[in-house]
Design a protein around this ligand. Structure first.
Ligand code: HEM
Length: 117
């Protein structure tokens, strides 16, 4: 089980880093580049979310503690960001800017969650 959690956490963090990093970079970019990277971003988003949900099922399960609540807020912000990126394709740079704010919130929640007591 430990190996599975380590693999999932690695996939989760790598995909998440690409998703968030490219979103932050593209928020200072231009139309053509955001369109070019859209598919790769959405693939990374799917990997991050699916691995995150699997981790939730294994590590958190039914826990109702501050760590679980903080992770849940972060996950919600990530899902909102994916929705914004998917639905605002006609205004890609603006969608990247909104998603950048939401995903920054996700990263903060994910990394502080273990210290919430
Ligand atoms: C629906 C979206 C997401 C869900 C359900 C989710 C779920 C989780 C869960 C359950 C953990 C705890 C794993 C453990 O303690 O072993 C975790 C950790 C983590 N997540 Fe997410 N996550 C999501 C999105 C993201 C995104 C977009 C990022 C972007 C980088 C991210 C980065 C991280 C990191 C770095 C950790 C490790 C935190 C640490 O232990 O210090 N997550 N996530």
């Amino acid at each position: 089980m430990h190996i599975l959690v380590m693999v999932l956490l690695s996939v989760h963090a790598l995909a998440g880093v690409f998703w968030v990093g490219s979103t932050l970079a593209l928020s200072h970019s231009y139309f053509e580049l955001t369109a070019k990277l859209f598919r790769a971003q959405m693939v990374a988003a799917v990997f991050a979310v699916v691995a995150g949900l699997a981790l939730w099922g294994i590590v958190i399960r039914g826990a109702q503690d501050p760590m679980a609540h903080t992770l849940a807020v972060g996950a919600l912000l990530a899902l909102l960001a994916a929705g914004v990126q998917g639905s605002m394709r006609r205004m890609p740079v603006r969608s990247q800017r909104i998603a950048a704010v939401l995903l920054s919130g996700t990263v903060v929640c994910m990394v502080i969650a273990p210290y919430m007591t």
